[in-house]
Design a protein around this ligand. Structure first.
Ligand code: G3H
Ligand code: 13P
Ligand code: ZN
Length: 306
């Protein structure tokens, strides 16, 4: 069943768990996340970035997700634009059949971010589409230059931002970042800030850059030739803490990418005679399913599709 982020996240917030938002670029990734959602009886957010939309084609993506929704009426799923950077992209996805959009104005100043987000909220409301926005910058604490402006989400600004834009959920910056190299040294997230934001803001909160870069994936990929030295993600205990402090949507892309390519490497290295794409991409799908299952259990969304 295709629903909005607002619907799944309000239930998750009230229930004290988080829903995984998994990035897709192709059919195998979509199948991996939907099959696992079905097996785990979990709600799921299907995320597509602007570059995923460009790569796969808007109509193909929407048609695939509609097919997934039709064949899985018991699983609440959403089709969500991840990191839409401008009004045109958000508008295109709203018109094209997405049920949720992120308008990411974190590259703009406060007033610019508010103006763009407000505009998208107005467009989205008329179509029943929900909107996520972002305030603050997704950088690790060690990457922030000493004495430079605070890159993280200011709790008072977050309240003002949500009140003035009417946005349905807010992505916060507390020290997570995108990709496989999140920290050079110790893992540091600003949980005090998250607590303060939660106290002041009454919409569901979103954690981007949340991949764990688990060692089983890195070891497999490395065994078959990947170069990933220094890769480090967000440990499971930090994810649990973030959920306990009010995070209701957790974005995962990197772990799927690592699982996908690690498995492709394995087949190509161990079975040099294989040239049937299904024999290469099929195991990649299975490897991604393991990732999604682990996340759904960690986030507490397993068994919540009722
Ligand atoms: O936020 C970034 C996501 O991992 C999507 O990345 O723009 O390469 O599709 P992408
Ligand atoms: P990761 O790179 O940690 O998987 O984060 C993905 C993300 O935030 C997508 O918006
Ligand atoms: Zn992100």
């Amino acid at each position: 069943m295709l629903v909005t982020n607002k619907e799944v996240l309000s239930v998750a917030s009230a229930g004290g768990y988080a829903v995984g938002a998994f990035n897709i670029n192709n059919m195998e990734i979509l199948q991996a996340i939907i099959e696992t959602a079905k097996e785990e009886k979990s709600p799921i957010i299907v995320s597509a970035s602007p570059s995923a939309v460009k790569y796969a084609g808007l109509d193909y993506l929407v048609a695939m997700v509609k097919a997934a929704a039709k064949t899985n009426p018991d699983i609440p799923m959403t089709l969500h634009l991840d990191h839409g950077k401008d009004i045109e992209t958000a508008q295109m996805c709203i018109n094209g059949g997405f049920t949720s959009v992120m308008i990411d104005g974190s590259h703009l100043d406060f007033e610019g971010n508010i103006a763009m987000t407000k505009h998208v909220v107005e467009i989205a409301r008329s179509k029943g589409v929900s909107v996520e926005a972002e305030l603050g910058k997704l950088v690790s604490q060690e990457a922030t230059a000493q004495g430079a402006e605070d890159p993280y989400t200011d709790p008072d600004n977050a309240k003002e931002f949500v009140d003035r834009t009417g946005v349905d959920s807010l992505a916060v910056a507390i020290g997570t970042s995108h990709g496989a190299y999140k920290f050079k040294g110790d893992v540091k997230l600003d949980f005090d800030r998250l607590k303060d934001i939660r106290r002041k803001v009454n919409v569901p909160l979103v954690l981007h850059g949340a991949s764990g870069v688990p060692s089983w994936i890195v070891e497999k990929a490395t065994k078959y030739g990947a170069e990933l030295s220094g890769a480090k993600g967000i440990p499971d205990k930090h994810i649990k803490c973030a959920i306990s402090l009010g995070i209701a949507k957790i974005n995962i892309d990197t772990d799927l990418r690592l699982a996908f390519t690690g498995s492709v490497r394995e087949v190509l290295v161990t079975s040099p005679k294989v040239y049937d794409p299904r024999k290469i991409l099929g195991p990649a799908k299975e490897n991604m399913k393991r990732v999604v299952q682990e996340k759904m259990r960690l986030f507490g969304s397993s068994g919540k599709a009722v």
